[in-house]
Design a protein. Structure first.
Length: 186
């Protein structure tokens, strides 16, 4: 499996920032593919998740924010990029929802989080997620391998959903993590 890179993280946070900045006022209360979250709750989750990963990788907690806006995400993304760029970030052991993992694994998890929630946000707002297909393929490969090692009682995702073999890679990743590809949010 290919090692995740800082350049990939910078590109993914940049694309997520673009998606968040493109949310129109009337879309903030709209539904998303995540049944329990509207657009505001999804963005809040992404903002807070970026802060958690940043702190786990050695970032300063006081430098992060819970502000569920494009500015809040940009602030946390900057802290995340700085923390992930630390020399010990890849080898640092960090706590994630299903256990302790090396920072290199946490970086893959953060990339996957950005890709899938970017997909969610694009579906919810009628936009297009502009993540690279190469990155989506890399994180799909990572996800398929990682899911096999997640204990059943700590599974943070919905069951995989059917998807066409020729679907875009990002759609296949989203379906692997429980998103229905054929239905808009309700």
């Amino acid at each position: 499996m290919q090692q995740a890179t800082m350049e990939q993280l910078a590109d993914a946070t940049g694309e997520m920032g673009r998606l968040i900045a493109g949310i129109r006022q009337e879309q903030w209360s709209g539904p998303t593919p995540c049944a329990d979250w509207d657009v505001r709750a999804l963005v809040s989750h992404v903002v807070q998740g970026s802060a958690r990963f940043a702190v786990a990788l050695g970032g300063e907690p006081q430098a992060t924010t819970a502000d569920p806006t494009a500015a809040g995400f940009e602030r946390n993304a900057a802290v995340l990029l700085a923390a992930a760029g630390r020399p010990d970030a890849a080898s640092r052991i960090v706590e994630v929802p299903f256990g302790r993992v090396p920072g290199a694994v946490a970086l893959h998890l953060q990339l996957t989080e950005l890709l899938v929630h970017g997909w969610d946000l694009a579906v919810a707002t009628g936009g297009r997620a502009g993540f690279s297909d190469q990155l989506a393929a890399q994180e799909l490969e990572f996800t398929l391998g990682a899911l096999a090692s997640v204990p059943p009682d700590r599974q943070p995702f919905a069951p995989p959903q059917p998807v066409r073999d020729d679907a875009p890679t990002l759609d296949r990743l989203a379906a692997t993590l429980g998103r229905r590809i054929d239905a808009p949010p309700s």
